[in-house]
Design a protein. Structure first.
Length: 335
């Protein structure tokens, strides 16, 4: 016997804009949304999936939405998803929202009419196991919309940058789409989530500047100077530890204590991603979160997602290629 969840979990991200916001929406409210004219100044992407929580949104539901968004942007062009998107983008009036259904199968993205959205959402809200990998996608282009490639690039950047914090929620949503009845659920604090992730990584015991210098046989009076010079030259990534009052250096960069020669090429590739250069990311944490975030593109033969830091030790070229891919202006290959 199957059951249906009356509420949907919603992820919204705007281009250009900040990180995603999250809320819940009833099936009835979604049906009304499809019939409303909701003008927007820029592109808006929304994902709708079954909300398994009885009230509000749990961390698990938010994490599922995050995975949905990443999976959507990792679609390969061979699936035909890009063609579906391009045809809809070119054929529909710019004020009309574009609706799609996502299924985890050989042709994951299919076009929906506004009249079909509510029925599709109701099917996806069932408790059937196959529905867990299905969700609704809305793309609203907005006034003065940029090209498809530029729009997808802005949305992708907003999605990927959200990995810096584990869970980000909207505190007071005012958009019509999110005007569902208020809930009393407790929302995770983004700053606290980011701090917890930093502490988790620091607890891995990454070496300090002095330890790195000593391992490389530096004879300088200032034992931290050797590492500082390498960081400034783009040959070494360090993250600032407030609690230790020093830089610490992720260990994937070293082999037998020495800096791997491919690190410089990796950091150069990351610097091409907006906000990932040494000036904008002076404390190094944005790049560290990227390096220690599991990616489907780096999955092993059993399908287990791996982090760039894990893969770099054995296949640095694959990690550098992923960084270069993330830095591309045109993200079409990810749809």
């Amino acid at each position: 016997m199957t059951s249906t969840h009356e509420n949907l979990a919603v992820l919204e991200v705007r281009a250009p804009g900040g990180p995603p916001t999250y809320d819940s929406l009833s099936l009835g409210a979604l049906e009304r949304v499809t019939r409303e004219h909701r003008p927007s100044h820029g592109a808006v992407l929304r994902l709708f999936r079954a909300n398994t929580a009885s009230r509000g949104l749990t961390k698990e539901v938010i994490a599922s939405l995050d995975r949905d968004a990443r999976e959507l942007f990792e679609l390969d062009t061979r699936t035909g998803a890009l063609q579906v998107l391009k045809e809809s983008w070119e054929s529909e009036p710019t004020h009309a929202p574009l609706w799609f259904a996502f299924h985890k199968n050989s042709r994951p993205l299919t076009r929906l009419s506004a009249d079909d959205v509510a029925a599709a959402a109701a099917r996806f809200a069932s408790a059937e196991p196959l529905a867990i990998h299905s969700f609704i996608v809305e793309l609203q282009r907005g006034a003065g919309a940029a090209s498809l490639g530029a729009t997808l690039d802005e949305l992708r950047k907003a999605i990927t940058s959200s990995t810096e914090v584990l869970f980000i929620t909207s505190h007071a949503p005012t958009n019509a789409l999110l005007a569902a009845p208020a809930t009393n659920h407790e929302t995770p604090d983004p700053a606290a989530a980011a701090a917890a992730r930093r502490d988790e990584l620091l607890n891995l015991g990454w070496p300090t500047s002095e330890q790195v210098s000593r391992a490389n046989h530096s004879t300088a009076d200032n034992r931290s100077q050797w590492a500082a010079v390498r960081r400034a030259a783009g040959e070494l990534l360090g993250v600032w530890s407030v609690r230790d009052r020093t830089y610490r250096h992720p260990t994937f960069q070293f082999k037998d204590g020495m800096i791997r020669p491919q690190v410089k090429e990796l950091l150069a590739a990351l610097a091409a991603i907006p906000g990932f250069n040494a000036t904008d990311d002076a404390k190094g944490w944005r790049r560290a979160f990227w390096l220690y975030g599991a990616r489907g593109a780096l999955a092993d033969k059993d399908g287990r997602m791996r982090t760039p830091a894990e893969v770099f030790e054995t296949d640095p070229a694959a990690v550098i290629a992923l960084a270069e891919s993330d830095a591309k202006v045109d993200p079409n290959a990810h749809w």
